[in-house]
Design a binder for this molecule. Structure first.
Ligand code: FES
Length: 56
């Protein structure tokens, strides 16, 4: 599913980024652009990041 529509980023891409070591919204924004435009995806993206970390 698409999480960030502005940048066309899916939940899977966010999980992959988390596996590659992205651990904060700031890093995620730098890498994928998530949350850097309208900001509507930030809540969901943060949740996915958090979930990916806890299943490590
Ligand atoms: Fe992610 Fe707009 S939906 S910045």
């Amino acid at each position: 599913m698409y999480v960030c529509l502005c940048h066309g980023v899916t939940d899977r891409e966010i999980r992959e980024a988390a596996e590659d070591g992205v651990s904060s919204m700031r890093q995620l924004g730098k890498q994928l652009g998530v949350g850097t435009q309208c900001g509507r995806c930030a809540c969901t993206a943060r949740e996915i990041l958090r979930e990916s970390r806890s299943t490590d």
